[in-house]
Design a protein around this ligand. Structure first.
Ligand SMILES: Nc1ncnc2c1ncn2[C@@H]1O[C@H](COP(=O)(O)OP(=O)(O)OP(=O)(O)O)[C@@H](O)[C@H]1O
Length: 233
């Protein structure tokens, strides 16, 4: 569903991406780890057509993210580190607006509430202005928007940074719900615990290259930490 083929992106002499090939299937949560500057955000940005690759391809459901960006984006939802919403509107109003923008139709109120509750935002909060929300609550609205869009693939850039452990655990559960619905999830993170807990597969990037890939169930938290530190040497 989300695929890169020999993807490279050079910024002058910097090889932000250097021949990355990966594949995220429907129903997978792929966690991308790597030090600052390893190329994780650049990879996400190519899928979103925020940046063009130097060579290689990023494909969404077989569509080239650079050559067919509109068709590719229709299948994608993106949750950045800070979900951008209208602070003066409630969570429900934001969802109504962004869901209509994404789907081209007005969703009934019951459906909007159902999506917010599914994203574990309590109904009381749904009617409050978003500028009173915590980061975790904003992300829940972001997930509800993604679900309203019925995106086949979900891209997330460091979604759990700054979340407390309870909010991070709730967020992991939301990703698992998306995965159970057959969504392909690709998320960057610095949180090894989150990657092991939530991911079905884990990739480690270093200096623009994908240097290791593993199934999360094949290693313990301690093994992952040791392996990660070994790659960072
Ligand atoms: N627009 C740009 N112009 C020049 N260099 C860039 C640009 N965007 C990214 N880079 C460089 O590309 C490399 C990869 O950056 P990227 O943001 O993808 O890393 P990252 O793994 O997401 O890092 P972090 O964990 O800090 O978010 C870095 O060396 C960065 O300085």
């Amino acid at each position: 569903m989300l695929q890169t083929l020999g993807l490279s992106k050079h910024f002058g002499a910097t090889r932000a991406l250097d021949g990355v090939t990966l594949n995220v299937e429907p129903g997978e949560i792929y966690c991308l780890l790597g030090a600052n500057g390893a190329g994780k955000t650049t990879l996400i940005n190519v899928f979103l057509n925020f940046t063009e690759p130097t060579t290689g391809q990023a494909l969404v459901d077989g569509l080239d993210a650079t050559r067919q960006p509109l068709e590719a984006k229709r299948r994608l939802a993106y949750i950045p580190e800070q979900v951008m919403l209208y602070g003066m509107l409630s969570g429900l109003e934001n969802l109504r607006y962004f869901a209509a923008l994404a789907t081209g139709r007005e969703l009934p109120r019951d459906e909007l509430i159902r999506l917010l509750v599914q994203a574990s935002l309590d109904e009381g909060a749904a009617h409050r202005r978003v500028n009173t929300y915590s980061k975790g609550m904003r992300q829940k609205v972001g997930i509800a928007i993604a679900m309203a869009k019925q995106a086949k693939a979900l891209l997330l850039d460091e979604p759990t940074s700054g979340l407390d452990p309870k909010a991070a655990a709730e967020f992991s559960q939301l990703l698992r719900t998306a995965r159970d619905q057959g969504v392909a999830v690709l998320t960057t993170t610095h949180d090894l615990f989150h990657a092991k807990q939530t991911g079905t597969r884990i990739g480690i990037m270093r200096q623009g290259r994908l240097v290791d890939e593993m199934r999360a169930e094949d290693l313990s938290h301690t093994d992952l930490e040791a392996l990660y530190l070994e790659h960072m040497k």
